[in-house]
Design a protein around this ligand. Structure first.
Ligand SMILES: C[S@@+](CC[C@H](N)C(=O)[O-])C[C@H]1O[C@@H](n2cnc3c(N)ncnc32)[C@H](O)[C@@H]1O
Length: 243
């Protein structure tokens, strides 16, 4: 097998390298797949998350693991022309697609940057709000990513994580699992790279619980962490406030 060893969970070799290469391979189909596989609900989830973050015109916001920039666009809509929004991702093809989108919506007013969520190139206490959408599950060190997000948020600023999770209700759990394990990889395989859409359910099932995510955010220096379930509990928002 050479240097790339099968891992006990859901990826092969170095996680960061695997994830970056996978998203580079599906960047051209990423938005289409998001819309098809979520029945176009993903936009409403991000809009709801931004409402919870309670941004005001003129605020400064950072979206890490921004991918094709959908969250950055929602942040821009909330902070307006007087605000300041940056989207950061370590995968160049995702950022390039995102830049085209943000320029269509906001001209040059959203900065799209190549940056690693585990070592953000921003000073401490810069942003009123720092978000991550469907990205935290993909980073190689979740605790470090939360520490970085908390570091660059200002005291009193919000850190928000939107991510897939497991439904808690006995009725929805098998239905959602069936969709994720059986339906989603087939549709993903038809429209894009199948391995990316077998990675997706496997990474969701191997991911941290709501309580573990809350504990990590608290260890990163965030208080009053609140959890909001969406889509029968298959999508979850964690929102904390920097001490
Ligand atoms: C599922 S996509 C989410 C994109 C976007 N946030 C959204 O809501 O659709 C996950 C993104 O996380 C990025 N990513 C994973 N690990 C990262 C890291 N350590 N630093 C920056 N970006 C990372 C990937 O390149 C990918 O674009």
């Amino acid at each position: 097998m050479g240097a790339r060893q099968a891992q006990p969970d859901h990826y092969v070799g170095d996680k960061a390298e695997y994830v970056r290469e996978m998203f580079a391979g599906i960047a051209h189909r990423y938005d289409l797949l998001n819309s098809v596989l979520s029945f176009n609900r993903h936009k409403a989830w991000r809009r709801y998350a931004v409402r919870l973050a309670n941004l005001k015109p003129g605020d400064r916001a950072l979206d890490v693991c921004t991918g094709t920039g959908d969250f950055a666009v929602e942040l821009y809509r909330a902070t307006g022309r007087t605000g300041y929004v940056v989207g950061a991702d370590f995968c160049a093809p995702m950022i390039e697609r995102g830049r085209r989108k943000t320029e269509r919506v906001a001209g040059q007013r959203i900065g799209m940057m190549i940056a690693d969520a585990l070592a953000l190139p921003y000073p401490d206490n810069q942003f009123d709000c720092v978000t991550v959408g469907f990205g935290i599950r993909n980073v190689a060190d979740v605790q470090q990513a939360f520490c970085e997000m908390a570091r660059v948020a200002r005291p009193g600023g919000r850190v928000l994580c939107l991510e897939f999770n497991q439904p808690r209700h006995w009725f929805w759990k098998p239905l959602v699992n069936f969709y994720q394990n059986r339906v989603l990889p087939r549709i993903g395989g038809l429209l894009s790279r199948r391995d990316a859409y077998t990675y997706l359910p496997a990474s969701i099932q191997a991911f941290l619980s709501r309580e573990e995510l809350t504990a990590m955010m608290e260890r990163a220096g965030l208080d009053s962490v609140r959890v909001y379930d969406l889509n029968f509990g298959s999508v979850c928002i964690h929102l904390g406030v920097k001490r």
